[in-house]
Design a protein around this ligand. Structure first.
Ligand SMILES: [Zn+2]
Length: 109
């Protein structure tokens, strides 16, 4: 239901130019209020979404507002490779999560 994980990314806010710790909410793995950084392994074994061990999955990431100026940041694609959070980049329309009706798309099993 409401539970989600948060990836914390160091980013520069495009509006105010400050370095911020941006929270990106995503639902994959054990959805629980876990906080992750880039390079972390996704945890499993609870309220799981998806399946462990996929080679490459892209997950819909909802960015929180800038903590300094409250600017609304774009959504992110969170790339998870072999259960490791490999990178996160702003979404540019490459993946249509709504069409699949899921919070993630498996690119390579
Ligand atoms: Zn800002």
């Amino acid at each position: 239901m409401g539970a989600f994980n948060t990836l914390v990314l160091e980013q520069t806010c495009p509006a105010c130019g400050r370095r911020i710790e941006l929270g990106i909410q995503f639902k994959y793995g054990d959805t629980w209020p876990y906080e992750y950084s880039l390079g972390d392994l996704v945890r499993w074994g609870g309220n799981d979404i998806g399946r462990p061990g996929q080679k490459h999955v892209v997950v819909d990431g909802i960015a929180e507002h800038c903590s300094a100026c409250d600017h609304e940041l774009p959504d992110y694609e969170v790339h998870i490779e072999n259960d490791r959070i490999a990178r996160a980049v702003p979404q540019a329309g490459r993946y249509d999560f709504a069409a699949g009706g899921d919070t993630f798309i498996v690119l390579d099993e």
